[in-house]
Design a binder for this molecule. Structure first.
Ligand code: ATP
Ligand code: FE
Length: 356
């Protein structure tokens, strides 16, 4: 099977071709990503209208390049898969419309894919992960634990009740005058810091369950920063390093402890090959990975983190999720709707219709 995938739910316009021959390992024949950060940089965040327009202008070029690089023509493609949500609705509509055009023009089946399912199925694309596995999706916009049982079968065990960790890293960087994206710059600054100098909270650790909260951490950081500034009139490099180290240590502790609980629930189901997989940009953080690996080693669970290029937004994951859906007979028609919200533990777009 050869699947063309399209992704346009945030600020990356992406197209990819993924092929799987029978039960062999899936191969990414091409994965083109056209970022837009330069278009949004001066606004301090993604502007939905600018993003939608840029997607509409670039999707066709992106598809042409993906086909060229893969060395396949549309005649050799079996289906076109597209992110149908959740995300910035203008961008999602651009992608869905482009995919419908290709499907009609080339006479191909259309497969709507949940963006989060794309992230959640990535360990099957990269590592051949067996169902059921536990997924921690931790990015700029999301933080949740999912048990992946099948292409259309996910159970959410819990997640953030406010900010995502990536967002908290980005805000921390902004508060300390470090460059964006905040994750890498905070991680870098933290290497020289003392995580014990500032006592940051570990929100929700005292409560049962797998839910998390990161907005209080951001407020605590702001207070600690202001206290140092009031005291000394400014921040030294060492102050910044200590603030970053303290913040990062709190995030690691929260993620590690909640992962321990999520693994407990998952292991209670007695999976044959227990596996924790992480995805999302925050999974790039070395301290976070180390914390998760320790918990996994304690509990005898394998750990995998896909390469960063496949952790952040891309179309290869959408093409692959589309491939699994297509194989399972989960094909959409021209009524496929773009959805701004679409929780992963509900059913396919066909059953949801076009309503909210
Ligand atoms: P989503 O895919 O959930 O809509 P997104 O596209 O913003 O959100 P990603 O592209 O997966 O998310 O990840 C980007 C986020 O990852 C940013 O918030 C960035 O700061 C964070 N990040 C990247 N590298 C690191 C790191 N080394 N440590 C911590 N956070 C990181
Ligand atoms: Fe994403």
């Amino acid at each position: 099977l050869t699947i063309l995938g399209l992704e346009s739910s945030c600020d990356d316009t992406a197209a990819a071709v993924v092929r799987q021959v029978n039960d062999g390992p899936p191969a990414i024949l091409s994965s083109i990503i056209m970022g837009q950060s330069n278009l949004h940089a001066s606004y301090g965040g993604v502007v939905p209208e600018i993003a939608a327009r840029a997607h509409a202008e670039r999707l066709d070029l992106c598809v042409i390049r993906a086909l060229e690089e893969a060395g396949v023509t549309l005649a050799e493609v079996d289906a076109v898969a597209v992110t149908a949500g959740p995300g910035l609705i203008g961008g999602v509509i651009s992608g869905v419309m482009c995919a419908k055009g290709i499907a009609i023009g080339a006479g191909l089946p259309l497969v709507g894919v949940n963006h989060l399912a794309g992230h959640a199925l990535t360990p099957r694309l990269t590592d051949g992960a067996h169902y059921p596995y536990l997924m921690l999706l931790v990015s700029g916009g999301h933080c949740q634990f999912l048990i992946a049982r099948g292409v259309d079968d996910f159970s959410r065990l819990g997640g953030t009740i406010d900010d995502a960790p990536g967002e908290a890293f980005d805000k921390t960087a902004r508060l300390l005058g470090l460059p964006q994206p905040g994750g890498p710059s905070v991680e870098q600054a933290a290497t020289a810091g003392d995580p014990r100098r500032f006592a940051f909270p570990r929100p929700l650790l005292d409560r049962p369950g797998c839910d998390m909260s990161f907005s209080g951490l951001k407020t605590a950081l702001l207070r600690a920063r202001d206290a140092v500034m009031a005291d000394k009139g400014g921040l030294t490099r060492a102050d910044r390093a200590d603030l970053c180290a303290g913040f990062q240590a709190a995030v690691v502790d929260v993620l590690a402890e909640k992962t321990r609980r999520a693994l407990g629930l998952y292991l209670a189901e007695d999976p044959a090959q227990p596996l924790l997989a992480v995805a999302g940009g925050v999974a790039a953080n070395t301290a976070i990975r180390a914390g998760l690996e320790t918990v996994c080693a304690d509990l005898g669970v394998a750990f995998t983190a896909p390469p960063l290029a496949l952790c952040t937004d891309n179309a290869a994951m959408i093409a692959y999720a589309g491939l699994e859906r297509f194989r399972a007979g989960l094909v959409d028609d021209m009524t496929l709707a773009a959805r701004p919200r679409w929780p992963l533990d509900t059913t396919s777009p066909a059953l949801l219709g076009s309503g909210k």
